[in-house]
Design a protein around this ligand. Structure first.
Ligand code: UDP
Length: 385
């Protein structure tokens, strides 16, 4: 049966220029596009480890529909040509790990703003559609965070639910360099929006709310630097794999909503295949039903990991660390992130499906299967003196 869009029209195969295709989100999106759609992907990235299984061998059913182009968009003259060859560009390339925002603020700002500029420019000049990946971090802190601790208004959703077309962007002072990322992302969103308004660029902006799942970030010392600090899912996975206590930054009181990567990818596919419904919009993509504090996340992960690995839980399951110790000077945090789902529901009829428990069960099963042996070998090695 022919695949149809949300309005019942047949979907024509298109070519997609995917920048940052080798990362966590890109790898899942490529997988989805290859296995369930007829579209062609020009996959651009500096690495391809996470999509190797889609590129080789030549006998794969989608061979010829995905090609890898090893390039850094910072300095490669092939970029414009690849954007011109495609119907749609999806830009996923950026530094997006909080440990970098305050310690490498220049790289963070360059990668999220300056390096994205030519992509926006080439799309606008060549009348190509753009789906740009931003972040829920553009909302910064909630209005409620500034109310007195005991104010009953803190319980009123008007003070914390984040709406694409209404909520303000609230960042800390300049010396809190944590916000370099949010600020760079906000400015590129404003630039894309202005290109749409003044030059007719067809754009969609995605604001991911803590998408998690297999292949996210890296496990320090295994497939990433030993001293590297990935996002919370990989930090806690690493601690569990090594039988160490999970580190709760500043008491683990911040709240997050986590969405399963496979649910989120469904939303992106709807955007790709329904341009008339997605163009000109900014979409929150998250799961408002999966809210926990970071401390609760740690507790659930400890329980789930013990179930999937058969290992007993460590005697000291968690320890508190200060953000200064863990991230260094200039760290700050978003207090709470609940996405409003009105716009994505109305435009695309999308809803997340997977509960936090279920998504952690499948993700931690993957982490255990992928890393447990490698970790054992590393731990067994005598430390060089
Ligand atoms: N966090 C933590 N321990 C860790 C890593 C992160 O307590 O080992 C906290 C971090 O301070 C933040 C939350 O977990 O409050 C989520 O952090 P993440 O790096 O996943 O990204 P964010 O949601 O802040 O963009």
């Amino acid at each position: 049966m022919a695949r149809v869009d949300l309005d019942g029209n047949p979907i024509k195969p298109i070519t997609i220029c995917m920048i940052g295709a080798g990362g966590f989100i890109g790898s899942h999106l490529c997988e989805k596009l290859m296995s369930e759609t007829p579209h062609t992907v020009l996959a651009l990235d500096v690495y391809n480890d996470k999509i190797k299984h889609l590129l080789e061998p030549d006998s794969l059913p989608w061979a010829g529909r995905i090609t890898f182009h090893r390039l850094n968009i910072k300095h490669d003259s092939r970029l414009e040509g690849l954007i011109k060859m495609a119907d749609l560009t999806i830009n996923l390339a950026a530094i997006c790990t909080p440990a970098d925002y305050n310690t490498r603020p220049l790289d963070t700002i360059y990668s999220n703003f300056i390096d994205a500029l030519p992509v926006v420019k080439y799309c606008s000049e060549n009348n190509k559609r753009l789906i740009h990946f931003s972040t829920c971090e553009v909302y910064g802190k909630t209005i409620g965070a500034f109310l007195p601790k005991d104010s009953p208004l803190r319980k009123d959703p008007a003070y914390y639910v984040l709406k694409e077309d209404e909520s303000p962007c609230i960042f800390g002072s300049i010396e809190k360099q944590r916000w370099s990322y949010a600020c760079a992302k906000q400015l590129i969103e404003r630039l894309i929006y202005a290109e749409g308004a003044e030059n007719g660029l067809e754009f969609t902006i995605v604001r991911p709310f803590n998408w998690i799942g297999p292949r996210m970030d890296f496990i320090p010392g295994i497939d990433g630097p030993s001293e590297g600090v990935p996002r919370v899912l990989a930090c806690f996975s690493n601690n569990l794999l090594r039988g160490e206590p999970l580190k709760l930054v500043d008491g683990g009181q911040s709240q997050r909503t986590f969405v399963y990567i496979k649910d989120a990818i469904e939303a992106v596919l709807l955007m790709i295949e329904n341009p008339a419904r997605a163009n000109g919009h900014i979409f929150n993509v998250g799961n408002p039903n999966n809210e926990v504090t970071v401390r609760q996340l740690a507790e659930i992960m400890i329980q789930v990991y013990s179930k999937v690995s058969g290992e007993k839980t460590p005697e000291t399951p968690t320890i508190d660390v200060s953000s200064k110790e863990f991230y260094g000077e200039g760290y700050d945090d978003s207090d709470k992130r609940i996405p409003d789902m009105t716009i994505i529901n109305r435009q695309l009829g999308w809803n997340p499906k997977t509960s936090l428990f279920d998504l952690l069960e499948s993700t931690l099963t993957y982490q255990h299967r992928t890393y447990a042996e490698a970790i054992k070998k590393v731990i067994a090695k005598p430390v060089a003196t």
